[in-house]
Design a protein around this ligand. Structure first.
Ligand code: TRP
Length: 337
């Protein structure tokens, strides 16, 4: 038996993958590959809870795969697949919908946010989105789910649904679902918008200056950082609870995540220096971090067959694992097999 714990996570191919996605998630996933059995997916079923342009969705899904690999996720070590290519996700989601209450789904902050943003399209999928996410995680008997803070509520509901199902159908000590835990890797930085630094950097922000896409031109990245909103105090200090300092806090967080240096150390290095110098150095550090990722990404763009092969192999392997869980579930609920 494989004794490594299983990690499951994924990103929706619904916008530009940002520096925030990279520093907050993907960069840390790379480090987890040695110690854990890692499964990372492209969550296209989730993406259609808000309207997507079909050509763009298709392109972004493969772009996301290229980004995963370019950032250092090794398809030989980690299982990579496209969610819609493994039918078990939608199948389990239906079953679990019948074990999830309207009341608990109504309390999800992300639902409330997204339904106010997309008031013209508050569809049932948006409402049951956490059930699909629960299915993603539970199918693979994941132990750990690295996610950002905004997704922790979805992990909680996943645990509740799993416990409820186990409670109805399983004997003590022989559960169908492993109860997963969410975790925020220590190094996982929460990167904020460059124009409104009290808001999270979002890949669907209307203002492209607010975020850095991993696919932006390097010169654009440099410019965006150099024009990031700061304050007029002129002191490089980290004051995480002071909103007036949010811009500088954010640049310090980014610098720390990219260089691996503690924030305190960076602050000490910049004592007496101005924002201009600091921004220039942050811009350079970020550009140098992204440069090799971009080179690898461009290389992968010329090798479509390689990507298709990874998806095919990934879907087959994922289906095997997911199929085992789904058939236990079907048996428990009383479907003829
Ligand atoms: N909801 C997650 C997000 O928006 C993406 C996601 C879908 C996910 N299914 C998942 C993350 C399962 C972790 C595990 O970021």
């Amino acid at each position: 038996m494989d004794e490594k714990k299983t990690i499951f996570s994924g990103v929706q191919p619904s916008g530009n993958i940002t520096l925030g996605n990279y520093l907050g998630a993907i960069k840390n996933w790379v480090n987890l590959q040695e110690e854990y059995r890692c499964i990372y997916a492209m969550m296209d079923l989730h993406a259609i809870t808000v309207r997507q342009n079909p050509q763009e969705l298709r392109k972004r899904t493969l772009d996301l795969l290229k980004i995963y690999i370019a950032c250092g996720i090794d398809p030989e070590k980690s299982l990579l697949f496209i969610q819609s290519q493994v039918p078990h996700h939608a199948q389990l989601a239906w079953v679990l919908n019948c074990y999830t209450y309207m009341g608990e789904l109504s309390r999800m902050t992300q639902f409330k946010d997204k339904s106010s943003k997309h008031a013209d399209n508050i569809n049932a999928g948006l409402f049951t989105y956490p059930v699909l996410m629960a299915s993603d995680i539970l199918l693979y008997q994941a132990d750990l789910v690295p996610v950002g803070k905004d997704q922790m509520q979805h992990i909680e509901i996943t645990r509740d649904i799993a416990e409820r199902f186990n409670g109805v159908y399983c004997q003590e000590g022989n559960p169908v679902f492993k109860i997963p835990e969410g975790f925020m890797p220590k190094a996982g930085a929460k990167v904020m918008s460059l124009t409104e630094p009290t808001k999270k950097m979002s890949k669907s922000d209307e203002n492209p200056k607010a975020y850095i896409s991993l696919l932006d031109d390097l010169s654009v990245i440099e410019k965006k950082i150099k024009s990031a909103v700061t304050d007029s105090e002129g002191v490089i200090e980290y004051r995480p609870d002071d909103d007036a300092k949010a811009g500088i806090n954010n640049l310090l967080t980014i610098m720390s995540a990219v260089t691996g240096k503690d924030i305190d150390k960076i602050v000490a290095e910049y004592q007496g220096k101005g924002y201009g110098d600091f921004k220039k150095d942050v811009a350079e550090a970020v550009v140098e971090e992204i440069r090799p990722i971009r080179a690898r990404y461009d290389e992968l763009s010329n090798d479509k067959q390689y990507l298709v092969d990874i998806c095919e192999k990934g879907a087959i392997e994922a289906s095997k694992i997911a199929g085992r869980t789904l058939s236990k579930v079907y048996k428990k609920v009383g479907f003829v097999q």
